[in-house]
Design a protein around this ligand. Structure first.
Ligand code: NAI
Ligand code: MG
Length: 501
């Protein structure tokens, strides 16, 4: 346990950590069939804080069977309004247990207190409440058809929107609770059941959420959680013939493996994958907004964020001011353990991730980038890495092309070139997730919005997420959309019905 910021003895989070965590299958805690376990570490100290069950393919079989039984059984009997009540109650319970979930999320993932508090008190409850309103509004349509020579009035055609079935949800470690929420809420709203496989680096809050879903009234088997590794539990889930759909968030590399594994029963797949999002700053932008905005775009969640604005394109007229301003923020950000209220910047998720990030920084230096600030790991416990800014970067440099998933900002400048050239630079990666344009000129902004090939583009704000706003990737950033009304679609299937008389 972290010595500098111990959890209060007797606190709910401490009691949770001390439990012998099992798998949550069919509404109860069960031991993993092969009996294997793995250690869970606090990235802020590098110390072990818990162990979790390493579920494997036999455990996935059990969880899928429980999810199937619930799907065709008790859950199918819930009215739309009753499903909405369960979702609303989950939001209430998250708020009631906010302190515990906040502490567990910090210990599991490392994020600063202010971030975790905002997530647990606002992001997660708002999201469940948004989807709590949807079950009663999922509607089909009546269609004017004339099959086989029928005349109007002789046939009635309509569509039914039905839940897709048993969903396998595989989530990453960078924002454990929000990633889970994004799958859970639309799946429950549409009447699906789930087997969740959280990231092995951050299994804790998913286990607690499974209990809260049950307490909120989800019948046994509706929400199952199998902790374990990607290569075993994750692979078994994505290949399982009893799973109707996989909802995945994670690396593009694993996204490809999921697609291959899904081929067996041609299960439906939605993917939210990597990003390398551009932040484009024109000469007339408001510097007092751009500088903190660009710093936040890149350094939020220590850059371990699929939407991170890691490629900063600045008009040459204001280039030096912006670079100096962002670097000043990076240099003064208070690094520290997430439970320390003074911390503004937490650790990376693991020692391995820190070495990956360090490798990209070394490549940037080797390839001729100008290191403005950061670039190293402070000597302290935990997996910290300094917020890093590189200037004078070029499109062909390794850190500009790759999703680093760490706090490394690459700055390039542009002159009064035509917009198509700026947009071509912005679009020059395999990704297309997010992006932002900073200018006071609304006409210029709207032209750029059209030209950027990303699932999300915002103006004078980066990563403007909201439960109601569709979010997802173009190109190799993914398949499908999450959030909003569109976020229901991957969990629904349409049945065309025609009745003749
Ligand atoms: P990952 O993609 O391996 O992990 C994400 C999830 O996929 C985890 O739950 C993991 O257990 C599961 N998984 C891994 N292999 C699997 C397989 N063969 N079949 C089914 N599930 C599998 O991400 P990782 O290795 O932890 O991070 C490596 C890099 O991936 C990061 O540096 C970052 O660039 C990227 N990444 C991107 C994320 C995003 O949201 N865009 C999230 C996490 C990682
Ligand atoms: Mg991996």
């Amino acid at each position: 346990m972290n010595a500098a910021f111990p959890l209060t003895p007797g606190s709910a989070a401490q009691a949770f950590l001390a439990r012998a965590h099992g798998l949550f299958i069919g509404g109860r805690w069960v031991a993993p069939l092969a009996g294997k376990r793995f250690d869970v570490f606090d990235p802020g100290t590098g110390q072990k804080i818990a162990t979790a069950a390493a579920g494997e393919s036999a455990d996935i079989d059990a969880a899928v069977a429980a999810a199937r039984a619930a799907f065709t059984g008790p859950w199918a009997k819930f009215t739309a309004a009753e499903r909405g009540k369960v979702l609303w109650k989950i939001a209430d319970l998250v708020e009631q247990h906010a302190q515990e979930l906040t502490e567990l999320e910090i210990l599991d993932n490392g994020q600063p207190l202010a971030v975790a508090q905002y997530v647990v008190r606002h992001v997660v409850p708002d999201f469940f409440r948004y989807y709590a309103g949807w079950p009663t509004k999922i509607e089909g349509a009546t269609i004017p058809t004339a099959p086989q020579g029928r005349r109007p009035g002789e046939v009635l055609s309509f569509t039914l929107r039905e839940p897709i079935g048993v969903v396998g949800a595989i989530t990453p470690w960078n924002a454990p609770l929000p990633m889970l929420m994004v799958k859970l809420a639309p799946a429950l709203a549409t009447g699906c059941t789930l087997v969740l496989k959280p990231a092995e680096l951050t299994p804790l809050t998913a286990l607690r959420m499974a209990e809260l879903c049950a307490e909120a009234g989800a019948p046994e088997g509706v929400v199952n959680v199998v902790t374990g590794f990607g290569e075993t539990a994750g692979a078994a889930l994505s290949a399982h013939p009893g799973v109707d759909k996989i909802a995945f968030t994670g690396s593009t590399e694993v996204g490809r493996l999921i697609v291959k594994a899904a081929v067996g029963n041609l299960k439906k797949v939605s993917l939210e994958l990597g990003g390398k999002s551009p932040v484009i700053v024109f000469a007339d932008a408001v510097l007092e907004q751009v500088i903190p905005g660009a710093a936040r775009a890149c350094f939020f969640l220590q850059g371990q964020n699929c939407m991170a604005g890691t490629r900063l394109y600045v008009h040459e007229k204001i280039h030096d001011q912006v670079v100096n301003g962002v670097a000043a923020i990076a240099r003064t950000m208070q690094l520290g353990h997430g439970l320390d209220p003074a911390s503004q910047f937490g650790p990376l998720i693991s020692a391995e991730q820190r070495e990956r990030v360090r490798g990209y920084v070394e490549a940037g230096k080797r390839e001729g980038g100008e290191l403005v600030c950061g670039g190293g790991a402070p000597s302290r416990a935990g997996y910290f890495f300094e917020p890093t800014v590189f200037a004078r970067m070029r499109a062909d440099m390794t850190p500009v092309k790759s999703e680093i998933f760490g706090p490394v900002l690459c700055v390039q400048s542009f002159g009064d070139a035509d917009l198509d050239r700026v947009a071509a630079e912005a679009n020059s990666t395999i990704y297309g997730l997010s992006g932002s344009v900073w200018t006071r000129d609304i006409g210029l902004a709207m032209q750029m919005v059209r030209k950027i090939d990303s699932g999300q583009v915002s103006v004078n704000i980066h990563a403007a997420l909201d439960p109601a706003m569709p979010f997802g990737g173009n190109k190799q950033s993914g398949w499908g959309r999450e959030f909003g009304k569109e976020g229901l679609e991957p969990y629904l299937k349409t049945k065309g019905v025609s009745v003749a008389w």
